[in-house]
Design a binder for this molecule. Sequence first.
Ligand SMILES: [Mg+2]
Length: 281
Amino acid sequence: MENLEQFTRKKDFLICVDSDGCAMDTMDIKHFRCFGPCLVEEWNLKDWETPILARWNEMNLYTMTRGINRFKGLVKMLREVHETYTEIEEIEILEDWVEKSDELSNAALQRAIGKSGSTILKKALSWSESVNAKINELSFEDKKPFEGVKEGLAFAHEYADVAIVSSANLQAVLEEWERYGLLDHVDIVLAQDTGSKAFCIQELAKKGYEKVKILMTGDALGDYEAAKKNDVFYFPICVRHEKDSWEEFKETAVGRLLDGTYGGAYQEKKIEEFKANLEKK
Ligand SMILES: [Mg+2]
């Protein structure tokens, strides 16, 4: 697989595709089995486990905050727990870190712990590491593509260059896509180590595609914002309707991109549907 520097445009059209929760059905299982349960465990919240897990999933999967950074989600959840169920000690310290840190990652958290030695920062790191360990235990059977992804990408690839634009770990993306034969329909893989999704789209566009010939496909608000920032089209894979979305991608969206009728009414309708789907409770 080529890297960004070596990559050259082969076709006139470019279709970018997010991985987690868009092509790969990995978000539900990560939140159901890893993020939520590890939070209950780390802060000893067994007494309120059912409503806390339900709220965690709603926040991270089914509403506008879908795909939120894990530490932003954590602090939001802990603030609610603090106000509704039980005291979360030093909650303000974690809120302060999330608000001010220029990077929200385990490495940045480790550095902050080195400076302050605060208990809640240590707990947040311990939670984040247990989540990673649990995610690593998931099998390939737990991380399958949504129905229709392979057909959709194979079709798109006949007419367009296809790029994975993901904020996940590069190696994990390559393994998951390779496993299900999806890499055959992909020209370039851009992940976490390349930069933000907006940056990746911007750099790909520089390879010589017209803006009206670029489509970003994603499942979360951040994907839409990355498309908007670059002034390219957006196609949503709607949570709980992924199969239908991929069918429409193949039957309608790709064709509209190719014949120049994607912009205007169709694009507006897709964005409205996307937002309405994440506003519903
Ligand atoms: Mg996603």
